[in-house]
Design a protein around this ligand. Structure first.
Ligand SMILES: Nc1ncnc2c1ncn2[C@@H]1O[C@H](COP(=O)(O)OP(=O)(O)OP(=O)(O)O)[C@@H](O)[C@H]1O
Length: 234
């Protein structure tokens, strides 16, 4: 389980003033649970995702993963934790153009070890089958569609069997059909792998596919209730 406790982050906003973006924010996400975070532009969604992904440290507060404190780790331990426990899917896939699809998927493994063992190769292949990209293994990103690149990015995010998958506008650059397909695949794999799936999005259509929707405003999260597709503040 992921637990966020009193997470606070501020940024400098002038000579001696600071703006608090996340203000004593709390959140719990169970294994296998899917949540969406929505909110106005500039409300701090990316800032929050950066903390959850251990890409940045808070002013105070902590994130616990299965009871283990993330921010008491030093920078080297944090980098290892990020590689092993977190999968990232961004709006733009950030695949390396000189590597083929299969090599891109294996990159997080190669960041930790020189060789890829056969069981990891097998897992990579299985992920490509589930994502419907197993016929494209030798293609480079420039030869793939936007949807195929995003599905490759999902496989790369999952290769190390992370406990948390963080997706920042994962369907933002896709057309409606590819968006729906990617959202369904993310949800299906989240159930199979029992990850905590956290999706930041402006799309209420994508958000409403998740178990819970939170709105980030004034530094805190408020859960929205879904009532047969009508949303109201709880
Ligand atoms: N490194 C930084 N230094 C100073 N201010 C920052 C920094 N990073 C973010 N901010 C500010 O924090 C606020 C929240 O930014 P953030 O990118 O988290 O918002 P967001 O909700 O993700 O926005 P959007 O929906 O437009 O992507 C913004 O006002 C932004 O300018």
């Amino acid at each position: 389980m992921l637990e966020v406790k009193s997470l606070t982050k501020s940024f400098s906003s002038g000579a001696d003033s600071r703006r608090t973006i996340l203000d004593e924010l709390n959140l719990k996400v169970e294994a296998g649970e899917r949540i969406a975070i929505v909110g106005p532009s500039g409300s701090g969604k990316t800032t929050l995702l950066n903390m959850l992904g251990a890409l940045d440290r808070p002013d105070h507060g902590d994130v616990l993963l299965d009871g283990d404190s993330v921010f008491s780790k030093d920078d080297r331990q944090l980098a290892h934790f990020r590689n092993q426990s977190i999968g990232f899917v961004f709006q733009m896939h950030h695949l390396l153009p000189q590597l083929n699809l299969f090599e891109n998927i294996l990159l997080p493994v190669l960041a930790q070890q020189a060789e890829v063992d056969s069981s990891t190769r097998g897992r990579a292949l299985e992920l490509t089958r589930k994502l419907g990209i197993d016929h494209l293994l030798k293609q480079k990103p420039g030869q793939l569609s936007g949807g195929e690149c995003q599905r490759t990015a999902v496989a790369r995010a999952l290769i190390n069997q992370p406990k948390i998958v963080l997706a920042d506008e994962p369907t933002g650059a896709l057309d409606q059909a590819s968006s729906n397909q990617l959202a369904d695949l993310l949800l299906q794999l989240n159930q199979e792998e029992q990850t905590c799936l956290i999706v930041v999005t402006h799309s209420m259509e994508l958000a409403s596919k998740m178990d819970k929707i939170y709105r980030l405003e004034n530094g805190k999260l408020k859960q929205l209730q879904t009532l047969s597709n009508n949303l109201k503040l709880s």
